[in-house]
Design a protein around this ligand. Sequence first.
Ligand SMILES: [Zn+2]
Length: 344
Amino acid sequence: MTYRTLRGALLCAALSALPSIWAAAGEADVLETDTHRFTEVRNDIWLAQGTAPVFNSNSLVIVNDDDVVVVDSHVTPSKARDLIAAIKVLTPKPITALINSHHHWDHAHGNQEFDGIPIIGHEFTYTRLATAPLDEPTYVNGLKGNDDILRRVKEGIASTTDPKRKQELETYLELFTAHVGDFDEIDPVPPTITLSERMTLYRGMREIQIIFLGRAHTGGDVVVYFPEDRLVFTGDVAFAGPSYLGDGFVDEWPQTLDNLKALDFDVFVPGHGFPVTDLRRIDLVQEFYRDLWAKAAAMHARGIDAQTAARTIDLTNHTEIPVSEVGASQLSIDRIYHRLDHPD
Ligand SMILES: [Zn+2]
């Protein structure tokens, strides 16, 4: 999930309203369906983004000579069904495998709709999706985020005097209430095939490498690498800025990003947002994580509590990072303190 947990849906709404800079630059083909925007990143490898203004994650749709491989299954079974239907508009070829980039709910809770085909993920992803996944804090926080959005939309309806705005909010409330209802049918399904280091799929002329580069956003992130196309899908390991750190290994993450940079690619597709060609962004995020870890660890060593640390750590030296969006959030500092107290 992104670092903007609580603002997810509203942010997503804002993003959905924007044309893709990537597509607008004339570098890509775009196909719109009722539910999705497909953007061809390279050679029949498509970024699939839901267009409903609710929080969701990217999927990658890899159209091969004879079949389709999908990376990440969206936020709910309902959204996964939309994705599968939309892929049928893109191609008549059958989906033969699903890859999970990691276990987070917004990427993997559509898994149950991919019944009957292999689901591939890291061993850690298996464990997290097989062991009380609906109790895990990141999912519970996601549900709280939904409640928070519902409450704020209702407050907005009650307080606005503008009839047009009221109507817009009521329409959104209806849509978002239905989305929240979709969570009731979630019955998490773990991967059926696991890997610990790497696996390669050969599909027609295509080589699809699934690689664990080290711990980062979770303990079991895999990236999906296309050496011929010099493209990598990074899930939530790499964005143009910092990611959600609540399950992260901030101390190990910069090294994992070094391992990513050792691959030969010139574009990466993150688990949220648009493809990134400015690879310097990875360096900036590495510097940010190193600095955040060092500053938090220094406060921890001095016995300063996590609340004070979150309030006082200054990261404004990272002028190209949207620190105001993530900064030293309480959640990030709590996670770093937990890592310091429980190194493993
Ligand atoms: Zn995630």
